[in-house]
Design a binder for this molecule. Structure first.
Ligand code: ADP
Ligand code: MG
Length: 341
């Protein structure tokens, strides 16, 4: 059973009764009087979401960043977060660096640590973030309309490229399962870990993997302009699929317009396409907006110094069609990342 089927079958009990919005979006929305509260939880597991030798300051940053990214996708303003962690041991140097990376992002995002839980166990970081929105303005996955432009922020594929290159290097050092960070025995051997990231991985791609930037200012700026939004954690094709499913629409994706992380131009065309469409871990925003909002959205991109690109259109169909600049269909086999897949 795949991840989303599992959630649907055992945990999704239909439309939320007390919440404004329950399971199925980047955040849950809860009515809190004047405002709406946006809540999201994301867990990072060693060997699954990050390599065991990841620099602890970057890990602190990333653990919060992936959670803040869900607030960004709803257009919410961060308020606070809780931190539940299982740690194999109380390593003070590690904790010092981890907390420094965590709080550097927390402070500049206006997101305060307000509680949590600490236990001994295999390294696991589970954060819950809380954000705020004026009532009725949240960017949800279900608001896309046929005729809307389809946008993405930033550039895609860098994080996935770094991970893929490292797998390849590790597999060369020792036979390892290519899909997860763990080997067949559930752990990555010290020898395989020492292999590290190959020297030819562009620094920018590595930075995208280890220091993703949650697009909070963009999300908030899009509140009255975008019709729907989702953050890109599992790859554009899969995440756009969730958006289309929730909005009951289709999309035409102009694959050549999908902006790719600088430094990846030299890869072969198939690999570039695969990174652009199924490379996960980018934490950029994918959103839709009426074409008349284009000038205002472009201005937001300029103000934020962030690339915002129209990569296609929403249509009334029920599938995502991939096309080139001459409207010819583009063949693509790959799939988005799913746990248990
Ligand atoms: P995201 O990538 O935005 O964090 P996910 O793809 O992880 O979202 O999850 C999809 C939806 O399923 C979200 O609304 C999430 O809150 C919900 N979800 C995931 N796991 C569970 C669970 N065990 N119980 C209830 N809801 C869950
Ligand atoms: Mg999300």
């Amino acid at each position: 059973m795949r991840e989303f089927e599992l959630i649907r079958r055992f945990f999704d009990r239909g439309p939320a009764r007390k919440a404004v919005l329950g399971i199925g979006d980047d955040c849950a929305l809860v009515d809190a009087g004047e405002a709406t509260l946006a809540v999201s939880t994301d867990m990072l597991v060693e060997g699954r979401h990050f390599f065991a030798d990841m620099d602890p300051a970057s890990l602190g940053h990333k653990a919060l960043a992936v959670n803040l990214s869900d607030l960004a996708a709803m257009g919410a303003e961060p308020l606070g977060f809780t931190l539940a962690m299982a740690l194999p041991r109380a390593d003070q140097a590690w904790l010092q660096a981890f907390s420094q990376g965590l709080f550097a992002l927390a402070d500049r995002s206006g997101c305060e640590l307000v509680g949590g839980d600490t236990t001994q166990g295999p390294l696991n970081l589970s954060l819950t973030v809380f954000g705020r929105l004026p009532r009725g303005v949240a960017l949800r996955r279900d608001g896309a309309q046929p005729g809307d432009d389809l946008w993405v922020s930033g550039e895609l594929g860098g994080a996935a490229h770094a991970v893929r290159r490292r797998y390849a290097a590790m597999a060369a050092a020792q036979g390892l399962d290519g899909r997860t960070l763990a080997g067949p025995d559930g752990g990555v051997s010290a020898q395989a870990l020492r292999t590290g990231f190959p020297a030819d991985v562009p620094a920018l791609a590595l930075a995208r993997l280890e220091r993703p930037e949650p697009r909070l200012a963009l999300g908030m700026a899009l509140r009255h302009l975008a019709s729907s939004a989702i953050d890109l954690s599992d790859g554009l094709l899969g995440d756009l699929g969730h958006l289309c499913e929730r909005s009951r629409c289709g999309a035409q994706l102009r694959v050549e317009r999908v902006p790719l992380c600088p430094g990846l131009e030299g890869l072969d065309a198939r690999e570039r396409l695969s990174l652009a469409l199924t490379g996960g871990d980018d934490y950029e925003l994918c959103f839709t907006a009426a074409p008349e909002n284009r000038p205002r959205i472009r201005r937001i991109g300029q103000e934020l110094g962030l690339a915002l690109t129209v990569v296609g259109q929403i249509d009334a169909g029920d599938r995502i069609s991939l096309v080139d600049e001459d409207d010819r269909p583009v063949a693509f086999e790959g799939r988005a990342h799913e746990h248990f897949a």
